[in-house]
Design a protein around this ligand. Structure first.
Ligand code: NAD
Length: 481
């Protein structure tokens, strides 16, 4: 078994100052696959110092020059795609094909921001149109400085790509802390950074937990901005820490996203999109469409179609080709989900499919795919993010009610609308409070379109030009023409 006690600082692996260790698990085999350092605040000091030393030279490079390194990271990931997909699947429990999709998304993200870095050169120093005569104003986009990036465990390499790629493109230097639950894929990213000779200190990787690395990083005076993806509880702590020194933040937090199926939808087709929206990655998706609002005219047919599909889902070894759903990523996450299932029992929720309908594999942190119908809107399962394969459904009588219930949530990350009438689907989509709304399809996440939420789902946007802006500070030079 590997013992990983080093941090990646200044393009070198150096021993962590931490003395605590954490087990990294294979959630299917329920085996420890590595011991990693929990990190230490002194590691944060060292990494931040390295990033600060690297900042002047890195920000002085042209965007086109930085783009060469971003292409290098994309190339490195492509070269090691199969190895990384297996590693991610083994560490996270997601099925291998899904891990492959993650790799492709991460690669596309580095490539996209290589293009954005190049385009940034042309945007620098543009004249601003002014009403006043005799005055000239030019607009520049400076990097915000040294950034701390903190990511969760559900999409290793993807959530980090969404932060690291635009931060490097903007000219920021970085300290990245991946989740302690799935730190192995991001370690390989550091190896790739070494292979492509990324200048020392531009990208530093710290392994560890919230106590050893996360909290000290969020609170560090040498960090100009924190970009965080994870739970609301921790996101709010990060926000407090940043507020102490008025530091910039971006937050990508939880969700409780709706999928609306209207009476003109084909229930068989809709069932496929509902399934993908909740059982992909065993439901551990921030944008999981975990609330199904289905028109009463098609509700029973949709529930039947879903039950049929749930019954044929194959749960098992995520590395096997025939597996549709792997285990949850950690024993703790399985406990979290099981606690909600106990609440469902107390609340007397009506299950179309639950654990009683299937035998789980003998090993692994599995939870059966579950579908509850007629869930009251005040149920905790309707209102709170569960982060597992649990779908709550209820029927609606009309479009107005569907929109009202869809928006009746603390969150506003994503939504899906299914209707045979494209204009109607778009009209409903416009009325929903969500950062991404998919119309008649699966959840397509594209590097060119923004990602982020309304309400408690977060602050700011990732991806697209907005993802780059999150790491840029606007500056104007104004003087006589
Ligand atoms: P989490 O909040 O427990 O942990 C996220 C990261 O924060 C981890 O790296 C963790 O080590 C670190 N951390 C823990 N305590 C910290 C502290 N005090 N200060 C700073 N960092 C600290 O979340 P998780 O369980 O890893 O991930 C699941 C959550 O992430 C879900 O709520 C999900 O919705 C959310 N998520 C959101 C998005 C999005 O784009 N909106 C994407 C993926 C996941």
């Amino acid at each position: 078994m590997q013992c990983l006690d080093s941090q990646f600082i200044d393009n070198r692996w150096v021993s962590s100052r931490g003395e605590r260790y954490l087990s990294v698990m294979n959630p299917y085999r329920e085996e420890t696959i590595a011991e990693v350092t929990a990190g230490h605040p002194d590691d944060v000091d060292d990494a931040v110092a390295a990033a600060r030393r690297a900042l002047p030279a890195w920000r002085a490079l042209s965007g086109a020059h930085r783009a060469v390194y971003l292409e290098g990271l994309a190339e490195g990931l492509s070269r090691r795609r199969e190895e990384l997909a297996r590693l991610s699947s083994t560490n996270n429990g997601k099925v291998l094909a899904e891990a492959g999709i993650d790799l492709d998304d991460a690669i596309a993200c580095y490539r996209y921001y290589a293009g954005q870095a190049q385009a940034l050169d042309e945007r620098q120093g543009r004249l601003v149109e002014l009403e006043m005569d005799g005055v000239e104003a030019r607009c520049y986009h400076d990097p915000v400085g040294v950034v701390g990036l903190i990511t969760p465990w559900n999409f290793p390499l993807v959530t980090s790509a969404w932060k690291l790629a635009p931060a490097l493109a903007a000219g920021c230097t970085v300290v990245l802390k991946p989740s302690e639950v799935t730190p192995l894929p991001e370690r390989v990213l550091a190896e790739i950074a070494q292979e492509i000779d990324l200048p020392a200190g531009v990208f530093n990787l710290l392994l560890g937990d919230g106590e050893g690395i996360g909290a000290p990083l969020a609170a560090h005076p040498g960090i100009d901005k924190v970009s965080f993806t994870g739970s609301n509880r921790v996101g709010e702590a990060v926000m407090h820490a940043a507020a102490e020194r008025s530091a910039d933040i971006s937050l990508e937090l939880g969700g409780k996203s709706p999928i609306l199926v209207m009476e003109d939808a084909d229930p068989e087709q809709a069932a496929d999109w509902v399934m993908a929206g909740i059982y992909f990655n065993a439901g551990q998706i921030c944008s999981a469409t975990s609330r199904l609002l289905v028109h009463q005219a098609v509700a029973d047919r949709l529930y039947d179609a879903l039950a049929e599909r749930i019954d044929t889902l194959v749960l098992g070894d995520p590395l096997n080709e025939g597996t549709d759903m792997g285990p949850l990523t950690s024993a703790r996450q399985r406990e979290n989900v099981q606690a909600y299932l106990a609440v469902a029992e107390q609340e007397g929720l009506r299950a179309v499919r639950d654990a009683s309908h299937r035998t789980l594999p003998p090993q692994g942190y599995f939870v059966a795919p579950i579908l509850y119908r007629d869930v009251p809107t005040q149920s905790r399962l309707w209102r709170e993010e569960i982060f597992g394969p649990v779908l709550c459904a209820r029927s609606i009588a009309n479009e107005e009610e569907a929109i009202k219930l869809a928006n009746d949530s603390d969150y506003g990350l994503a939504a899906t609308v299914v209707s045979a009438d494209r204009e109607r689907a778009a009209r409903i989509g416009r009325a929903l409070q969500a950062g991404s709304v998919w119309l008649n399809g699966e959840q397509l996440v594209l590097p060119e379109t923004g990602w982020g939420g309304f309400k408690r789902s977060g602050i700011g946007r990732e991806l697209g030009p907005w993802g780059l802006s999150a790491y840029l500070a606007v500056k104007h030079l104004v003087g006589p023409a």
